[in-house]
Design a binder for this molecule. Structure first.
Ligand code: IPE
Ligand code: IPE
Ligand code: MG
Length: 235
């Protein structure tokens, strides 16, 4: 158990390796996503139990639309299932938010997203950000456009733009920077995840596929995190 150790305030997880997990078993890729969705629920519950305050999970990137239509539909259906189930998890006290460019989603998904966010808005446990159609570059462009419009409208001056203002225009406005980014699946890259918020994050890359990830894997990452010497540019 990772109790008694210094916990990160905000964990980011790149939930990767579903496809390879399925392939190893001779199953279709969507079977991997289904198992990955189970792992996601388990890890959300565990983070909440540990007292983690913020968790951001990368579920679908702005680049993932390149995948075959059948796979994309499978992932969107898992999202629908999760949204339909959300009300059964009220007792968990998890405040759920969806981050990314949500404007592309169909009406039924958007309505359920809004309902899920609204109903959990005042929950006091873990804040869970589910990143869908999310890309760090897209997020920065979006923030830049909103700020530029405010300058154009004379609401602010260019010299008013500072880091705090950028922070406040990101999808994660009001939340602390991500402290720890975990990427399972053996890949060593960010794939456009939380580019601004990760400036001083610790990275832990793990050689496990997301559907196999469990509470012990998270304990391992947390134990490693406590060993890191975070200097933030100081000595
Ligand atoms: C992560 O698993 C899920 C999404 C990107 C939606 P992948 O589907 O990328 O799994 P691999 O990397 O192909 O194994
Ligand atoms: C990153 O995984 C996105 C998600 C986990 C949602 P990818 O599998 O899409 O990343 P790449 O293509 O290996 O960089
Ligand atoms: Mg992948």
């Amino acid at each position: 158990m990772a109790q008694g150790v210094l916990l990160p305030k905000h964990i980011g997880i790149i939930m990767d390796g579903n496809g390879r997990w399925a392939k190893l078993r001779g199953l279709p890729r969507n079977a991997g996503h289904k198992m990955g969705a189970k792992t996601f629920r388990k890890i959300v519950r565990y983070c909440n139990k540990l007292g983690i305050k913020y968790l951001t999970v990368y579920a679908f990137s702005t680049e993932n639309w390149k995948r075959p239509q059948e796979e994309v539909n499978g992932i969107l259906n898992l999202l629908r299932e999760y949204l339909n189930d959300a009300k059964n998890y009220k007792h968990e006290n998890v405040r759920t938010k969806f981050i990314g460019d949500l404007s592309v989603f169909e009406g039924d998904i958007l309505d359920k997203i809004k309902e899920c966010e609204f109903e959990s808005e005042n929950f006091t446990g873990l804040t869970l950000n589910i990143a869908i159609n999310y890309g760090g570059r897209n997020e920065l462009l979006h923030a830049t456009k909103v700020i530029a419009q405010k300058v154009k409208d004379g609401e602010i001056q260019p010299e008013d733009i500072d880091e705090a203002m950028m922070d406040n225009h990101l999808y994660t406005a009001g939340q602390p920077d991500v402290d720890l980014i975990i990427r399972p699946s053996g890949e060593f890259r960010l794939s456009n995840f939380m580019l601004w918020q990760s400036a001083y994050a610790e990275y832990i890359f793990m050689d496990i596929l997301w559907p196999d990830f469990n509470e012990k894997s998270l304990d391992k990452a947390l134990a490693e995190f406590t060993k890191r010497n975070r200097r933030f540019g100081g000595i």
